[in-house]
Write a protein of this length. Structure first.
Ligand SMILES: *[C@@H]1O[C@H](CO)[C@@H](O)[C@H](O)[C@H]1NC(C)=O
Ligand SMILES: *[C@@H]1O[C@H](CO)[C@@H](O)[C@H](O)[C@H]1NC(C)=O
Ligand SMILES: *[C@@H]1O[C@H](CO)[C@@H](O)[C@H](O)[C@H]1NC(C)=O
Ligand SMILES: *[C@@H]1O[C@H](CO)[C@@H](O)[C@H](O)[C@H]1NC(C)=O
Length: 458
């Protein structure tokens, strides 16, 4: 399994304090045998206080082989060496925000911080309930550098991106191992602390029900870690039967929601090619569909995008009944985001135009479905991995028939965003409106939209 972490999408205020801290401030480290600290705190520590101080055992411990390879890659290529040197250069950080890395931070320290993160699972920090960054330590390390011209270039470089993919796979191995369950406890930063549970329950109840975590999700509340063998098992948890019923199972004009998610954008008449890297939320259909032979039939069509919360459910479900025509993962970027973003992505990750950029560039799963209802016909689901996470794992195969609401796949350790695209002429209406950040998600498998016309010419 290869993981690329996903996204963390609750926006919030806790982001404000990411300035440089005193270099001698001690950061509580987490990990097996250590007191757990909040993930964000670790991340902040990691970039701001030499968390993995040169005197600490983490820092003096040898780099994991994959990170040694990363170092060799950076140093062997003069171009990459230049990028990785300049991306941490305070003076190069635009727009003027020179406080995000401690003085002297460089790629050597980045590698040592990554060495630390590779053995750490995201913990829940009760003060971070409204933070976008919960669970995203890699992103926290790279995000400021990613906004420099050199960082932007580095993260778009194919060899660097492939290396990051390989590093995330190593982290994925940790996150699927029993050691990663150390954050699944009721300590103040554990995911089953009463405050954490309350936040998870509030997210899952959608403002409509009053279930406990264990009423909603398949688990054993009496077992250690609620019976989850790893962080990944917790992250990809399933709803208990009946909690998320399929809307109108017998009416194929009703399209159901593919992911428990918050509406982000709806666009009609989407162009074959568009400038997805500039502000203005432009979808570039052929890029988004990775130039698949089927992409042409979607040019001029409709795109609906919605994003997932790290606190929520991360599996994907068939929005319509039909046959899987094609299903594969596109190897895209992991950390690249558009230069128009300010370094403070807390406000731009889920708003602004960033998600349209990710739809065209990020690692993603494409699942084309020929709907039973000819008024819909061929449609496509795209699961978009954002920042670190996730394997976009597809659990259906080409040729397979799916009923409306059946599982299609899932994000591992991350979430992210997803797109549904329809061909031009498919009259699909009734999508939920874009929501404020505090609004509950639209339930997975609940009613999403309706197709009006009977049949269209192909
Ligand atoms: C959670 O994170 C905040 C911000 O980094 C920190 O001030 C607080 O002490 C942390 N709380 C716990 C319980 O670790
Ligand atoms: C720089 O970072 C600080 C601390 O996060 C923030 O308050 C400030 O708004 C940022 N400045 C710019 C120009 O983004
Ligand atoms: C995508 O990357 C994986 C390794 O992460 C590799 O096994 C696979 O062949 C790649 N797929 C394509 C189409 O390049
Ligand atoms: C789509 O269907 C709605 C509802 O039947 C109808 O009002 C609208 O005119 C249709 N739009 C097009 C472009 O056919």
């Amino acid at each position: 399994m290869h993981l690329r972490y996903s996204v963390l999408l609750l926006l919030g205020s806790a982001a404000g304090g990411l300035g440089r801290q005193d270099a001698d401030q001690t950061c509580p480290l987490t990990g097996p045998g250590l007191e757990p600290a909040g993930l964000m705190e670790q991340s902040i520590c990691a970039v701001t206080t030499n968390v993995v101080p040169s005197s600490s055992s983490s820092s003096s411990s040898p780099l994991h082989p994959i990170l040694q390879e990363f170092q060799d890659l950076i140093e062997s290529d003069p171009r990459l060496y230049m990028f990785f040197d300049s991306m941490f250069d305070e003076d190069a950080v635009e727009p003027a925000n020179s406080t995000q890395y401690p003085a002297g931070y460089d790629y050597h320290r980045m590698l040592h911080d990554l060495n630390y993160v590779l053995h750490t699972a995201p913990s829940f920090n009760t003060s971070m309930i409204h933070s976008i960054n919960r669970g995203s330590p890699f992103y926290a390390l790279l995000r400021w550098a990613a906004d420099t011209p050199d960082g932007h270039a580095a993260l778009l470089d194919k060899s660097v991106n492939a290396m990051i993919g390989a590093i995330l796979n190593v982290w994925g191995d940790f996150l699927t191992s029993p050691a990663s369950a150390h954050v699944l406890d009721d300590s103040p930063t554990g995911w089953f602390h009463p405050d954490s549970l309350r936040a998870l329950e509030e997210t899952g109840n959608l403002g409509q029900t009053a279930y406990t975590f264990s009423d909603m999700y398949t688990c054993d509340a009496t077992a250690p870690a609620y019976g989850f063998p790893s962080w990944d098992a917790f992250f990809t948890r399933t709803f208990r039967p009946g909690i998320r019923p399929v809307s109108s199972p017998d009416d194929d004009s009703i399209i159901v929601n593919a992911c428990e998610s918050r509406p982000y954008a709806l666009r009609h008449d989407v162009a074959a090619y568009d400038r997805f890297w500039i502000k203005g939320l432009r979808y570039s259909m052929r890029h988004m569909l990775a130039h698949d032979a089927l992409a042409d039939s979607f040019v001029g069509g409709t795109v609906y995008q919605a994003f997932l919360s790290s606190m929520s459910y991360h599996r994907w479900h068939a929005p319509v009944a039909g046959r899987i025509v094609r299903a594969y993962v596109v190897n895209g970027t992991y950390f690249s985001h558009p230069l128009f973003d300010s370094p403070n992505m807390y406000d731009t990750m889920s708003r602004g135009s960033t998600q349209a950029y990710l739809a065209a560039t990020a690692t993603r799963a494409l699942i084309f479905i020929e709907a039973d209802n000819p008024a819909i016909g061929l449609m496509v689901f795209i699961g978009i991995g954002m920042v670190e996470v996730s394997t976009c794992e597809i659990t259906v195969r080409e040729g397979q028939y799916v009923a409306k609401g059946d599982q299609l796949g899932m994000f591992h350790f991350g979430g992210s965003s997803h797109v549904l695209a329809f061909r031009p002429g498919v009259n699909v209406t009734g999508f939920p409106e874009e929501r404020d950040k505090g609004a509950p998600n639209v339930p997975v498998r609940g009613r999403l939209a309706v197709v009006n016309n009977r049949e269209i010419d192909r």
